[in-house]
Design a protein around this ligand. Sequence first.
Ligand code: ZN
Length: 110
Amino acid sequence: MVEPGRRSDQATREPPPKDAVFRQANERIEAWALGARYRGDLLPFLCECPVLSCTRPIRISRADYARIRSNPRWFITAPGHEGGVCGGIRIVERGAGYVVAEKLGPPDGA
Ligand SMILES: [Zn+2]
């Protein structure tokens, strides 16, 4: 459950980390695919590594993306980019053209 009104508490001077921003972008890609009834097997998501200049596309199925997104600590990155996720990580899964990394340490926004 998302608590309404909690978002405004997070208005700080610090910009959100790139991985969080790209995660939101990926959520929009997923929403777009749903709305557009996209028929492809693979969707073009974005690498969620923290490197600002990285916009590497990652093509995975929506089912895989939904499964990964179901865990708030899991991030999807291009192979080799997982090491940049800050705060320490553990590799959860290596797939075809993507890596799922679990962020260790305190959860974001908690
Ligand atoms: Zn990357």
